[in-house]
Design a protein around this ligand. Structure first.
Ligand SMILES: *Cc1c(COP(=O)(O)O)cnc(C)c1O
Length: 437
């Protein structure tokens, strides 16, 4: 059980706030949407986190996806220690990055080649530059509520923290950059057709989350992804499938492994991150060899990174991907369903309007009736009810993502003990969500 003390976290937040804006290095961590003091973590082991006050939590953030095997997994730890002992970074090519690239290419059939980068943001930024270089066009189409990192051109109507804080768009993005971005409602094929009919010759690419998870989980309606493939192909534009969140989580080959192959063919470019780094800063973008060949040094599209393909990060990613066996995916599925079913039952029992949505074993709970098909739908949920629910869970030793616009992440280390702990906390949290009657 938890002591509930937060003195040490409060002291760290005060220190942090003096030297880091808002005390955090990524906005959603600050608890602004739910109130209260963010917990500073001291350690993680399997499905559990321990904070600096000694409270223990079942972790349903899992670093926003990367910790798919659980914290400090022995095989990953061994790989990291082994790689680190050989040196941290060389600024030359090395073998681990080749092995990680081979593992990714072997899992995602349409990807012939990848370039490794350091974050999902870099992956989407580079994929867009490559698409613009390939098509010699400038305009990018994205969907409201989809988050592709904090790239200038992609911050328009973005999900994740931008959704959490209900920001219209980010300050500091030049009008010229935002002006090259067209934002459309998700799951609306007619809107896509209309924009291509009007501006098809100017559009370099459509970028979409393979299954959006940054406005909560909103899976593509049947045929939606395929329709994107058809319309982009017909107009000479590229399709970029952002699998930074879904990649190697929804299946061994990501959401593509669940939804593809498509009769109209696969996306031209894919982006990956999160799981493929095993908790270290590594990510990738990749696709058809003919497109990837345009990257420097073989082609004219420049892209680079001092630490890209870092040997320690690559070792962590490779050990994580190799650890993602069929049993691991089966366990993720079982743990996710046990938690989601119990949460839904508890909320129903407490008469709290909600809906659970899925993309493989990735899920989130919206605090409104379903279905939620777009960002406009997601935005009408009861965020205050979620805030009460979140804090009641936290008090009972369960750390949810501190926003109702985020997926809940489980790991293969979420065993029966961890799941039971979550299930036991749910009825009281559901009553708290209902609020004073
Ligand atoms: C997390 C995420 C990103 C950004 O990745 P970072 O590593 O945070 O830069 C991009 N796209 C999607 C779909 C994501 O979930």
């Amino acid at each position: 059980m938890t002591s509930g003390a937060t003195e040490a976290s409060e002291a760290l937040l005060a220190r942090a706030s003096a030297v880091i804006p808002g005390g955090v290095n990524s906005p959603v961590r600050a608890f602004r949407a739910v109130g209260g003091t963010p917990r500073f973590m001291a350690s993680g082991q399997g499905a559990w986190l321990t904070d600096v006050d000694g409270n223990r939590y079942v972790d349903l953030i899992c670093s926003w996806g990367p910790m798919i095997l659980g914290h400090a997994h022995p095989e990953v730890l061994k790989a990291v220690n082994g790689a680190a002992a050989q040196g941290f970074s060389f600024g030359t090519p090395s073998e681990n990055e080749v092995a990680l690239a081979e593992e990714i290419v072997s899992r995602v059939e349409p990807v012939d080649q990848v370039r490794l980068v350091n974050s999902g943001t870099e992956a989407t930024m580079s994929a867009i530059r490559l698409a613009r270089g390939y098509t010699q066009r400038d305009v990018i189409v994205k969907f409201a509520g989809c988050y592709h990192g904090h790239v200038d051109a992609l911050l328009a109507s973005a999900g994740s923290g931008v959704a959490t804080f209900a920001l219209p768009d980010s300050a500091g993005v030049p009008r010229s950059s935002a002006g090259e971005t067209i934002v459309l409602p998700y799951n609306d094929p007619a809107a896509v057709e209309a924009v291509f009919a009007e501006r098809g010759q100017q559009i370099a690419a459509v970028i979409t989350e393979a299954a959006p998870g940054n406005m909560g989980v909103v899976p593509p309606a049947p045929g939606f992804t395929e329709g994107l493939r058809r319309v982009t192909r017909d107009h000479g534009a590229l399709l970029i499938s952002d699998e930074v969140m879904t990649g190697f989580r929804c299946s061994r080959s990501g959401f593509y492994g669940l939804e593809g192959p498509y009769a109209a063919g696969p996306a031209d470019l894919f982006t990956f991150g999160k799981v493929m780094g095993g908790g270290f800063p590594t990510a990738a973008f990749g696709g058809r060899g003919e497109v990837m060949a345009l990257l420097a040094p073989t082609g004219p599209v420049y892209q680079a990174g001092t630490l890209s393909g870092n040997p320690v990060a690559s070792a962590a990613g490779l050990a994580t991907l190799r650890g993602c066996t069929d049993q691991v995916y089966a366990r993720l599925d079982a743990a996710a369903h046990a938690i989601a079913d119990a949460a839904s039952d508890a909320l129903t029992e407490a008469s709290v309007a909600h809906t659970v949505q899925w993309a493989g074993s990735m899920f989130s709970i919206f605090f409104r009736e379903g279905p939620v098909r777009s960002y406009d739908d997601a935005r009408t949920q009861d965020v205050a009810a979620f805030g009460r629910f979140f804090h009641a869970m936290l008090e009972r030793g369960v750390h949810l993502p501190p926003s109702s616009f985020e997926a809940w992440f489980v790991s293969a280390a979420h065993d029966d003990d961890a799941v039971s702990h979550v299930v036991a906390a749910l009825p009281a949290a559901a009553r708290a969500a209902r609020g004073p009657q």
